[in-house]
Design a protein around this ligand. Structure first.
Ligand SMILES: Cc1cc2nc3c(=O)[nH]c(=O)nc-3n(C[C@H](O)[C@H](O)[C@H](O)COP(=O)(O)O)c2cc1C
Length: 229
């Protein structure tokens, strides 16, 4: 099984997103997967020009020659594609959005309707399974709502959403211990994805573990807290 993480954090290898994705991939590798962690901020991927050449004039072929050809190959040949990102202004980052936009050449000119949603279907049916890894700076449970709605179109089998992301790289022993316990569940999720093709309810539950109480976290950040916006 080949698993590729497309990491959209501008902080690349130093990112909190990378801490989570690396744990997931290490569990997957332990179970025998071939793993690939791609940092989009290191790649030359230009913005989609919106010329529609890849749909109407030269189907499937983008007019731009950049890193996207290799990235598209990694995307197409993976069994599991993981979109990994921090929350930036409620959603996924511009690096990841740019990458997803540049997947446009994979679309056909056939519109499909599912319930009230319309989209173009792919020229070749997708063979990959999709998953999401994300972290955010705030505490609370609604930071990922917009992102979750955005990713719903790829029907992810697993979504790992970590709030209080500033704790992920903490060196404070008590915090590190809590983070390591959570990362062990992430590793286990990677292992089960490869071994069982899915993640057990027990591990999914463990992934929801809180890292810190809201007030303690606000204090940890050295920020104030107001009752309203
Ligand atoms: C421009 C910008 C926008 C952000 N927007 C949000 C946000 O809407 N909600 C949130 O909880 N955190 C937000 N954050 C905080 C990041 O999600 C947080 O710092 C995260 O841990 C960074 O992860 P990374 O190290 O993987 O890049 C934002 C950070 C930046 C720089």
């Amino acid at each position: 099984m080949k698993i590729t993480v497309f990491n959209g954090s501008p902080a690349g290898k130093e990112s909190a997103t990378s801490v989570i994705a690396t744990a997931f991939l290490s569990g997957a590798a332990e179970a025998g997967a071939q793993t690939n962690h791609i940092f989009l901020c290191e790649k030359n991927v230009q913005h989609c020009k919106g010329c529609f050449t890849c749909w109407f004039k030269n189907p499937g072929i983008c007019v731009m020659q950049d890193a996207m050809q290799d990235l598209m190959h990694a995307y197409n040949t993976s069994d599991v594609v993981c979109f990994a990102t921090p929350v930036y202004t409620w959603n996924y980052t511009a690096y990841l959005k740019n990458f997803v936009d540049r997947l446009a050449p994979l679309k056909s000119l056939v519109i499909a309707q599912q319930n009230a949603h319309f989209d173009l279907i792919d020229t070749k049916p997708k063979t990959q399974k999709f998953m999401v890894i994300a972290n955010c700076g705030f505490p609370g449970t609604h930071n990922f709502d917009v992102m979750q709605a955005s990713f719903a179109c790829c029907n992810p089998f697993l979504e790992i959403y970590r709030n209080c992301g500033k704790l992920l790289k903490s060196k404070q022993p008590d915090i590190k211990q809590q983070v390591d316990t959570w990362l062990a569940a992430v590793r286990r999720a990677g292992f089960e994805t490869v071994k069982d093709g899915d993640v057990s309810e027990a591990v999914r539950k463990a992934l929801e573990m809180p890292l810190m109480e809201v007030q303690d976290y606000v204090q940890y950040l050295g920020m104030g807290q107001s009752a309203q916006y």
